[in-house]
Design a protein around this ligand. Structure first.
Ligand code: FES
Length: 165
């Protein structure tokens, strides 16, 4: 069967996303003091905050771009890059660090060919680090989405990742 082009659907989805964001900005009365909440909602709607979305917010709120981009870059919660389908969080808390968390992180960087804060080209994985994910007794630990993998062996990462499409 021929594969159908879904670009029209994508355009409509984007239009809907901007309409929703506009409604959010209006609900927050376009007040600069509500900028952080609006950015949180914008990231929830789009998944990330590309420059086009930041500029839309600037125009609607009549704020300089530098003010909006300054807030986005200040808070690590905000991201200007699209996230992968799965988020890998490598624990670098004390227990994990001393039991090889750094080696796990380096092996993942090698395997995925990305750095912390980046996403693979196929959008399969994003890589992050955490300070503790509550599995100190079974360090080193790595969370992938909501699943915590314990006593992670850097040599068996490929097997671990193969469970995720
Ligand atoms: S330090 Fe890694 S799970 Fe607590």
């Amino acid at each position: 069967m021929d594969q159908q082009c879904d670009c029209q659907t994508a355009v409509i989805d984007e239009q809907k996303a901007y309409q929703t964001l506009l409604q959010v900005i209006e609900d927050y009365d376009r007040k600069p003091s509500n900028l952080i909440q609006i950015l949180h909602m914008a990231q929830a709607i789009f998944g990330y905050l590309p420059e086009t979305v930041q500029r839309f917010i600037c125009e609607q709120m009549e704020l300089p771009f530098s003010e909006v981009s300054g807030v986005v870059s200040f808070y690590s919660y905000f991201t200007t890059q699209p996230k992968g389908r799965h988020t890998i969080q490598v624990c670098l808390g004390t227990a994990c660090y001393v039991r090889g968390g750094k080696k796990v992180l380096d092996a993942l960087k090698d395997l995925l060919q990305i750095d912390v804060g980046e996403t693979t080209a196929d959008r399969r994985f994003s890589l992050e680090v955490k300070r503790c994910i509550g599995a100190c007794g079974l360090a080193p630990a790595v969370a992938i989405d909501s699943v915590v993998h314990k006593r992670v062996n850097p040599n068996k990462l490929q097997d671990m990742l193969s469970q995720y499409e």
